[in-house]
Design a protein around this ligand. Structure first.
Ligand code: ARG
Length: 465
């Protein structure tokens, strides 16, 4: 590193062109090392692949390559061990690693940046980092899907109220409800994998924006880093952050799903619903109200949805005004992306653990299911099977519901005589049609709530895991 005549360290890697050192405030303002140091493993991996490729292309000698690779490995160990001295003056992770490499291996370290720019370097690092993050989230999500399939299977015959408008609608099974959640999360996993597929291209070799004058082999570095192929266009390679936006969009939608589940769990665990129990270890108490057991985990997940959607918004707005190719604005992609990935990972993990311990209160669910005349549609369907047009059946059963409400009972608690008072054609089978078990069992087709169908759906879902 050359020094400047003020005695200040001259400007790092571009000292040659500058007449004075960077203003101390500007240095701090423009530095990203506080947060992008998190990319070091991927940065070093990319640099090793680059050095090997340069050697293969005849740009570096074999001894030079070996010293650079060994030096980079030493830098990695120092960072791993926590003994690495990060410097804000060196701005970002890339320049910190390179400067330390040169300290360790001497002059040859300065050759590493041949045929490369921080622009293709950072684009490569972020893709590699996000790919690993995606794989971790995929794993957690797959575990969560497995837990939901288990619940679907185990609770295939557990009857609960089904709601529309949060009003009693028709009985369903708890397993069916869990498999509905499963479908939502299965689509999330598809979106995640789709995002990974498009992300998995190598920007390396795009240089600052136009490519490089050296005889590089982009396919070689792409393959060495596990990318499916190099990015096609050098301008796009350094400027594109679509993969980050796609990931944040996946993450936002997943969080919206988890937030909706959380809303249900918060309701279901309340003293008024008591549909399910969460084990004490997933809840917290109150400092003042001795009776409290709060569903903090679902509440927090619901709350964290805001920051993930915020990340998506930050990334979209970050990109919307940028001309090609690289702009410093892009440095702002990392914090929202990291936060978004961390948050989603934790929330999926929390859900996988929590749902594995979820206990439905089967009796309470059953009692709640019949309330609100939930089998009224079944009674109407029964009349239709006897030949009555559905609109007329709707009218007849509506009158029966009114009678039940007037007498302070549920529709299913009316006697046959009372039903006959509404419509003379009612028979014993009408009473049977009003039962919860008959109601769910009758919805016996693909996608229906009949226990047999729920078991079959769980088996298909397990197959897709
Ligand atoms: N810290 C920068 C970033 O995160 C690295 C690339 C800098 N490139 C540049 N031309 N200033 O985007």
């Amino acid at each position: 590193m050359s020094s400047h005549d003020t005695g200040e360290p001259a400007n790092r890697l571009w000292g040659g062109r500058f007449g004075e050192a960077t203003d101390a405030f500007v240095q701090r303002f423009t530095a990203s090392v506080a947060f992008d140091r998190r990319l070091y493993l991927h940065d070093i991996r990319g640099s090793i692949a680059h050095a090997r490729m340069l050697c293969k292309a005849g740009v570096l000698g074999e001894a030079e390559r070996d010293r650079i690779v060994a030096g980079l490995e030493q830098v990695r160990s120092e960072i791993d061990a926590g003994t690495f001295a990060w410097s804000v003056a060196l701005e970002d992770v890339h320049m910190n690693v390179e400067a330390r490499l040169t300290e360790i291996v001497g002059e040859v370290g300065k050759k590493l940046h041949t045929a490369r720019s921080r622009n293709d370097q950072v684009a490569t690092d972020v893709r590699l980092w996000l790919r690993d993050a995606i794989d971790g989230i995929d794993l957690a999500l797959t575990r969560l899907l497995g837990v939901l399939v288990d619940l679907g299977e185990r609770e295939a015959a557990t009857i609960m109220p089904g709601f529309t408008h949060l009003q009693s609608a028709q009985p369903v099974t708890f397993g069916h409800h869990m498999l509905a959640w499963h479908e939502m999360a299965a689509r999330d996993r598809e979106r995640l994998r789709d995002c990974r597929r498009r992300l998995n291209r190598s920007p390396l070799g795009a240089g600052a924006l136009a490519g490089t004058t050296f005889p590089i082999d982009r396919a070689h570095t792409a393959a060495a880093l596990g990318f499916d192929a190099p990015c096609e266009n050098s301008l796009d390679a350094v400027a594109d952050r679509d993969f980050a936006i796609e990931f944040a969009a996946f993450a936002s939608l997943l969080m919206v799903h988890l937030s909706r589940w959380s809303e249900e769990l918060v309701l279901w665990t309340s003293a008024q619903f008591q549909f399910v129990r969460l084990p004490d270890r997933f809840c917290t108490g109150s400092s003042i109200m001795p009776q409290k057991k709060n569903p903090d985990v679902p509440e927090l997940v619901r709350g964290k949805t805001g920051r993930v959607i915020g990340s998506l918004n930050a990334l979209l707005v970050l990109m919307k005004g940028q001309p090609l190719a690289y702009n410093k604005d892009n440095q702002e992609d990392k914090e929202p992306l990291f936060d978004c990935a961390d948050t989603v990972r934790d929330c999926v993990e929390a859900y996988a653990r929590m749902l594995a311990a979820l206990e439905p209160n089967r009796d309470t669910l059953r009692d709640a299911a019949i309330r609100g005349c939930a089998t009224a549609t079944d009674l109407a369907d029964h009349l239709v099977r006897g030949g009555m047009p559905f609109r007329d059946a709707h009218e007849v059963v509506g009158r029966a519901v009114r009678l039940a409400l007037e007498r302070g009972r549920d529709l299913s608690q009316l006697t046959l005589a009372e039903l006959r008072g509404v419509h003379a054609g009612f028979d014993e089978a009408a009473l049977a049609a009003l039962s919860l078990d008959a109601s769910v069992a009758a919805r016996n087709h693909l996608g229906g709530t009949a226990p047999a169908q729920v078991r079959a759906a769980a088996a298909r879902a397990r197959e897709r895991l």
